[in-house]
Every structure is written in C-alpha cells, then in structure tokens.
Design a protein around this ligand. Sequence first.
Ligand code: SAM
Length: 228
Amino acid sequence: MKFDLITIFPHILDSYLNESILKRAQKKKLIKINFHDPRQFAKDRHKTVDDRPFGGGPGMIMKLEPLYKTLKKIKYTKKSLVILFDPAGKKFDQAMAKKFSELDQLIMISGRYEGVDARIEKFIDEKVSIGPYVLSGGELPAGVIIEAVSRLLPGVLGNQESLREETFTSNSEIRNQKSEIYKEYPHYTRPEVFKYTEKGQKKKLAVPKVLLSGNHKEIREWRARNKK
Ligand code: SAM
C-alpha cells in the first residue's frame, strides 16, 4: 500500500518511520511512504506557501495553489483516497483504519499554521482528525494513521495472530457480546511474583493463578471475564 504525505516538513517523521515494524514493512515493500513538499511549487525566492487570511484574523493560512499542484503531481492509483487533516474532521478510529487498509493508496494533506485555504475541499474526499485537541500540524496524525493502517496489512506484523484478539478488533467471533467495542484481556509475563518496596514496606504483585495453570479452557474463560 502507498502512503503519500503532503507536508512542508518532509523529514519530520524520518526517525519514527525508519524503526521497527514500519522499517521492516518498507524493506519488505509491503508499504511505500512518499513525501511531497508543496514548497516545490512556491513562486518566490523564500518558497512561501502561506498568506494572510482574507477578512482578517490571527495567523497565516496555507495557500491553495501549491497544495493543488502537489496533488496533481502525485500519481493516483485506482483505489486511492485523499484526506486532509483537520482537528474538527471525522474522528480516526479502528474502523477507519480498517477501511483505509483496503485502499491501494492514501494521500494525506498536512495542514500547518491556522490551517488550509478552505477551497481545498473541492480536491479532497474526507477531513480526518486524530482526536479532540489541536496539534501544530498534520504530520503526527499522518504517522498515527500510517502505523495503525500498516499493521492491518498482511505480512506487516510478525505474528498475524496479534491482530485477532486486539482491542477494537471487529472479528465477530471474538467480539465481546455485551459491548460494542471488543476490549482485549490484560497480559502478564515473568516474573510470576513482582516484589517491590513502597514507603519502607515490602509488597508483592502476583500473576493471576489461572494463567499459570496450563488449563486453556479456564484461561479462555478468565480472559473473557477480565477485559482491560
Ligand atoms: N486553526 C485550526 C483550528 O482551530 O481548527 C488549527 C490549525 S492547527 C494549528 C494546524 C494543522 O494541524 C491543521 O490544519 C491540521 O492539519 C493539523 N491538526 C491539528 N490538530 C489535529 C488533530 N487533532 N487531528 C488532525 N490534524 C490536526
């Protein structure tokens, strides 16, 4: 799957995207991440891509033309979608991640400053927010989406089983009957008893016994009863 990110900071995610799972996914050519800097279409010496808002008000607005030209330069595949990051957009969730993972290409526009000239709406499919708070740009949201979507693609995770019982998974077989959202059970690993000292007192935290029993039926039932 291809991700195309339009940003005036094309190197801001370099370190994150080139580690661990996403690094391997790119190496295995399961995903390709392209960056497109709208400054390449700026007309002046200073590569200006923002301007003052008509009607007045604080801050600067990203100009439409460099963004439009950048969009035009990108090669679209058959199943592609263009999104604009906007804190007031549709909230990104696991269902949206799943929907995006079925595309060939996700084109993302990262806003900066006070946002983007509203006429960009004509050239996008959806506005997406990663949560009800305001960030300085859409680059972190892009990183969040690239990661959440990539891990749903076949071959990206070392162990595909991890996806099956993950929180928010929509696999109806294992979906928690009562709640709409499937929540994963809590995990424990060695040591069986964790010892620590608090305010001079020795304390212990033990792993639930059933998980050490080797009885798979009881473990399944315990996990079904004990969601995070
Ligand atoms: N003036 C805008 C407002 O009040 O809604 C905020 C602009 S913000 C400083 C700059 C850019 O960051 C936005 O255009 C958007 O692309 C991105 N951004 C900020 N918060 C975001 C969020 N929660 N989800 C997605 N994108 C966000």
